[in-house]
Design a protein around this ligand. Structure first.
Ligand code: COA
Length: 225
């Protein structure tokens, strides 16, 4: 099948689109990948981002070095840098209006032909915001509902349902997700939030490999602040 390139914005040459990947009205930073059968629409992806196979992304802003696993669905949200999203994850699924007689979309989607244009009502299925911070790890098959914020450094356990805000560096699990612990003690979390290493340029990260590969302690962090 011939690839439809008519809707593809000009992408950097270093971006690899795998088989049947479709990118429309989106910009993608250097050295990024969109996997087999994945669709990216109305989105802005940073440099070194990787969208695995069979993903659907629409209206997503994703920061540098963030990536997804296979079979992810991601709608209308902002995702930070260095975020790891495992496979089978759903983020920001649209909301149907359950206050009316029917939850079926024929009342706002003219494609069904049951209501005239003038009778259709507006339903913003994405009006609740959804923001995911930096260095977040989202385990496999997790679901993140609209209206929540996930703080920097948080971990979402496998199969969790996130329906409330998650504080920075918290580890949450279950359905609904609850905090079981934090990745580090409070003083270290405060320093990491101040440091915001994810905003460093590549050169600075490369100059400090020990920071990322050794156990964290306050003394090391203090020397970077
Ligand atoms: C969240 C997670 C990181 C926590 O790991 P951990 O620190 O080793 O946690 P523990 O095993 O000590 O578990 C602590 C408690 O939480 C429970 N728990 C851990 N993960 C859970 C999950 N995903 N759902 C429900 N409960 C979970 C444990 O059963 C344990 O409960 P208990 O104290 O009643 O016995 C890990 O369990 C997880 O879900 N990892 C995701 C793996 C994944 O999706 N990988 C995909 C590849 S990227």
């Amino acid at each position: 099948m011939k690839e439809d390139t008519s809707k593809i914005y000009s992408l950097p040459e270093s971006v690899k689109l795998y088989r049947f990947a479709e990118v429309s009205e989106s910009s993608i930073g250097e050295d990024s990948i969109v996997g087999d059968f994945s669709r990216v629409r109305n989105s802005t992806l940073g440099v070194h981002t990787r969208i695995d196979r069979n993903n659907f992304l629409t209206n997503v802003i994703m920061g540098n070095y963030s990536y997804t696993g296979p079979f992810d669905m991601i709608f209308h949200c902002k995702i930070g840098k260095f975020v790891s999203i495992s496979y089978g994850v759903t983020i920001g699924a649209p909301e149907h209006n359950y206050h009316l007689l029917s939850t079926h979309p024929f009342i706002y989607n003219k494609g069904y032909g049951l209501l005239d244009d003038s009778q259709l009502i507006r339903n913003d299925k994405f009006d609740k915001p959804l923001v995911i911070g930096n260095d977040v790890w989202i385990g496999c098959n997790a679901t993140v509902l609209r209206g929540v914020s996930i703080g920097d450094g948080a971990v979402i356990g496998a199969n969790s349902l996130v329906n409330k805000d998650v504080p920075p560096y918290a580890i949450v699990v279950g359905c609904p997700a609850r905090i079981i612990k934090y990745r580090f003690e409070k003083e270290i979390i405060d320093k990491l939030l101040q440091m915001q290493w994810w905003n460093w340029d590549d050169k600075t990260i490369k100059e400090h490999p020990e920071l990322f590969t050794s156990p964290i302690n306050q003394d090391i962090l203090t020397s970077y602040l």
